[in-house]
Write a protein that binds this ligand. Structure first.
Ligand code: ARG
Length: 463
């Protein structure tokens, strides 16, 4: 073979690689609804503006509706060799209505088209995420309502620190998820800008009515710069960031549930549907769902990092690299939504062992801070009170006694200022003492539960 001859096998390999490597149909077909909605709005506007005839616009719109039906009833013949969802829809439209189909792409490019499609998808997916987040929040509030007086140890460094009520602990996750919903709302706002009319990147030489297309598609605004419009993927970064933070929160909750449901803690039992047995150890109830929520968190972070990396070196405007935006986006949604559903199910279905929680708090030195505060009330500076109680704790640990078992004499050996009433420093008095906004006193937590419920109702009504 001479250098100028073509090797047919290599050429075939090349074209197979070309179609496999460059095609995106296996994932972007998920955009069919958005793509067809965008095309219908675009074609209708072309007709209204007299850019194509009204008759042809109608033919295109009817044809597109038929394409959508075929996709939905499963009769559509997908052709990966046509590369992506946009070309698949347009090619089928041509089979259905003939040459009029060729007019649909007037004043449009796949660059402004795919941006609008993906924005529509992100908007509705952000809504789904918010709804699912509200579901977890409702489950948290309901459990919290039952446990306003259930005392358990609060931990720092995974060491028992101070007593709290379980509702207070659960409502911490309510707050995290509330911020998550806010981030999805921000993602939705970022996506709520229509890019059609930007053309390939410079705008369009036709007398378009972009506002009417935006209105028909339910967008709040149209893009102000065509070059930015076809290359901007910030809205996907927003979505992936919101999904990543939410997964981080769910992962922390999952981790706590795994610990709480261990034999060592025994604070909760997870519902049967969210555990599985071991193939070898008959006694096991493994917290698989919680572990998978924790385990799947990394892949969502990965999608965020991947898109950051994709966009960082791109010159304006559209570059094919941007096609890499969608697979991670879809996978993030497919990971997040089931994780939220699992979290909701585990929170609402878990059984709480309040006695076990209380005894974990009881058999410890968790009241040390409160004993120091007791001395402070008797006039001792906090630092000195701290030293006295630390000595008392050391001495009780050595004697194998909990604070609850100490006599007044034991207390007096640490400080003469301890009197009879020290015996009324209890878990209940300790939580009740944190009577500050944001604190764990049951009356405050009851307010917090009510407040959470109200906020939830309000946001559900607004969303
Ligand atoms: N599949 C492409 C994407 O997702 C659509 C836009 C292609 N544009 C182009 N000029 N090749 O980004």
């Amino acid at each position: 073979m001479t250098g100028t001859e073509k090797d047919p096998a290599a050429a075939a390999r090349g074209s197979e690689l070309a179609s496999n490597f460059t095609q995106s149909l296996h994932y972007d077909r998920r955009l069919y609804r958005e793509d067809i909605a965008g095309s219908i709005a675009h074609a209708s506007m072309l007709g209204r503006q007299g850019i194509i005839s009204e008759g042809e616009a109608k033919k295109i719109v009817d044809g597109l509706k038929q394409v959508r039906e075929e996709i939905e009833d499963g009769t559509f013949a997908w052709k990966p060799e046509l590369e992506d969802i946009h070309m698949n829809v347009e090619s089928r439209l041509h089979e259905l209505i003939g040459d009029s189909a060729g007019r649909l792409h007037t004043a449009r490019s796949r660059n402004d088209q795919v941006a609008t499609d993906t924005r529509l998808w992100v908007k509705s997916s952000a809504d789904e995420a918010i709804t699912a987040i509200r579901g977890v929040q409702s489950a948290l509030v309901e459990q919290a309502e039952r446990h306003v007086e259930t005392v358990l140890p609060g931990y720092t460094h995974m060491q028992r620190g101070q007593p709290v009520v379980f509702a207070h602990h659960l409502l911490a996750y309510f707050e995290m998820l509330d911020r998550d919903a806010g981030r999805f709302l921000a993602a939705k706002r970022a996506a709520d800008v229509m890019t059609l009319g930007s053309g390939a990147m410079a705008g369009s030489p036709y007398p378009l009515d972009r506002d009417s297309v935006a209105e028909e598609l339910g967008f709040a605004a149209i893009s102000d710069n065509s070059m930015d419009a076809v290359s901007d993927r910030d809205f996907i970064l927003y979505y992936l960031f919101a999904a990543s933070v939410t997964m981080a929160h769910l992962s922390r909750l999952a981790e706590e549930m795994i610990i709480w449901s261990s034999d060592e803690f025994g604070f909760i039992q997870l519902p049967d549907e969210y555990t599985s047995g071991s193939s070898i150890m008959p006694q096991k109830r493994n917290p698989d769902f919680a572990e998978l929520v924790r385990g799947k968190t990394g892949r969502v972070y990965g999608h965020l990092m991947a898109l950051f990396t994709t966009v960082k070196g791109l010159p304006l405007t559209y570059n094919r690299d941007l096609q890499e935006d969608k697979e991670g986006l879809f996978d993030a949604a497919d990971t997040l939504l089931p994780a939220l559903a699992a979290a909701e199910g585990m929170v609402s279905g878990m059984t709480v062992d309040a006695a076990r929680m209380r005894s974990a708090a009881d058999r410890s030195y968790i009241l040390a801070t409160d004993l120091a505060d007791y001395l402070v009330r008797k006039g001792v500076p906090f630092r000195q009170a701290y030293i006295a109680v630390a000595a008392l704790a050391k001495q009780s640990i050595a004697a194998g006694k909990g604070f609850g078992e100490l006599t007044l004499d034991d207390f007096k050996s640490a400080s003469e200022l301890f009197e009879d009433d020290v015996l009324s420093v209890t878990l209940e008095s300790a939580v009740a003492a944190r009577d500050v906004h944001g604190g764990t006193a049951p009356n405050r937590v009851l307010d917090a539960v009510r407040n959470a419920r109200e906020r939830l109702e309000r946001s559900k009504a607004e969303e």
